[in-house]
Design a protein around this ligand. Structure first.
Ligand code: ATP
Length: 195
């Protein structure tokens, strides 16, 4: 099974691109969603997170308080490494189990931090979705009802596009004046041809 990692900065449109791949029959594993589900539902992960960060990482309704957790690890690399050490191996296992059940020439692994997490090393190829900063800011402001400064700060905290492009095998350009479907069809052909 060929594994393709797909990533992109906030508001680049990676989820939108994944929906097109999904529409042409390619299974998509959403790593961020999986991580959240594991933190909410896996008893062992819950225990490790509570032991490491305290009971306050869970909200009164027992779901993970991602904002609180992000606040703790944001400026503390050693706590971030601890969090990743708990969550990443579980996501990796979930991905590998999920792959076994797929029947497709290739699968997509969608993650916001594909490169930062090192997950890209487990992939056969990687795709990055890019768009101008101006468009990304406008989209996220509209989607999340966020302030421009908030979005800009999140962009600054992420890896930049030049670095992502350097690491990726394929680039999908998703600006308002560009069509993503022909780019996706082209990449799909190339992946199938090399598989
Ligand atoms: P995040 O990292 O925040 O999850 P993302 O990279 O997955 O973002 P999407 O959620 O796919 O990005 O797109 C962000 C918003 O922009 C969505 O509301 C989406 O509908 C919209 N959008 C995506 N691509 C385009 C486009 N080409 N033209 C206009 N709007 C777009």
């Amino acid at each position: 099974m060929i594994k393709i990692g797909i990533t992109g900065g906030i508001g680049s449109g990676k989820s939108t691109v994944c929906k097109v791949f999904s529409a042409i029959g390619i299974p998509v594993f959403e790593a961020d969603l999986e991580a959240k589900q594991l933190m909410n539902a896996d008893p062992e992960i819950r225990r490790q997170l509570t032991d490491t960060f305290g009971a306050a990482v869970y909200l009164p309704d027992q779901t993970i308080d991602r904002k609180y957790l992000a606040g703790i690890v944001f400026s503390n690399p050693s706590l971030l490494a601890k969090l990743n050490g708990i969550v990443h191996p579980a996501v990796r296992k979930a991905f590998s189990d999920w792959c076994e059940k797929q029947n497709s020439p290739y699968v997509l692994h969608e993650a916001a931090i594909l490169f930062e997490s090192g997950f890209y090393k487990l992939m056969d190829k990687t795709i990055v979705v890019i768009a101008t900063e101006k468009e990304r800011i406008e989209r996220v402001m509209k989607r999340d009802h966020a302030a421009a400064e908030q979005v800009i700060q999140r962009i600054r905290n992420q890896m930049n596009d030049a670095e992502r492009i350097r690491l990726a095998d394929f680039v999908i350009s998703n600006n308002d004046n560009e069509l993503i479907t022909p780019q996706i069809v082209d990449i799909d052909k190339k992946i199938r041809a090399n598989g």
